[in-house]
Design a protein around this ligand. Structure first.
Ligand SMILES: [Zn+2]
Length: 157
């Protein structure tokens, strides 16, 4: 899959708020777009300002960085300095994430988390084909929530 963004748009994305428009998020948007899914970005109408919102499927997708959101996976490494600070911060992020997901489910919408480790390993881009199919299957299916992790491991709840 080629990069659909021009260098100009890309650098604009890079300058945007760091926590939004992250590289993994852009990768997910590109393959959704390539498969014909239409979506809104960072909708404030739903709790937690979800990264990608697909009204047609009443579904939202969060692309979570493994560090910031405290994923239990090899991409997560607690810094050696100010360890206590980071532990607290990441624990707070995890709690907020769970609260947001509960709130979204309360409104009848569905949630999918794509973890950063599902998109890359040791900095290298993984094959997107399988991941894209997994996400498309979830979107068109009935699952209330799902999670995609390293090695395209998919959990549906
Ligand atoms: Zn991870």
């Amino acid at each position: 899959m080629g990069d659909v963004h021009s260098p100009e748009i890309r650098s604009k994305n890079m300058r945007a708020i760091r926590q939004k428009n992250t590289r993994p998020e852009i990768v997910v948007r590109c393959f959704l777009h390539a498969r014909g899914f239409r979506f809104r970005l960072h909708s404030k109408q739903l709790p937690g300002t979800p990264d990608i919102v697909l009204p047609k499927y009443r579904a939202v997708i969060f692309v979570h960085g493994c560090f910031w959101h405290g994923h239990n996976c090899p991409l997560f490494k607690l810094p050696q300095t100010r360890t206590e600070f980071w532990l607290k911060k990441i624990e707070a992020n995890r709690k907020r994430d769970q609260r947001v997901i509960d709130l979204i489910h309360d409104t009848g919408w569905r949630t999918l988390i794509i973890w950063e480790c599902a998109l890359r390993k040791n900095g290298a881009r993984k094959s997107m084909e399988l991941l894209a199919s997994t996400v498309a299957m979830w979107l068109t299916g009935q699952g209330k929530s799902g999670e995609v992790t390293d090695d395209q491991c998919f959990h549906q709840y």
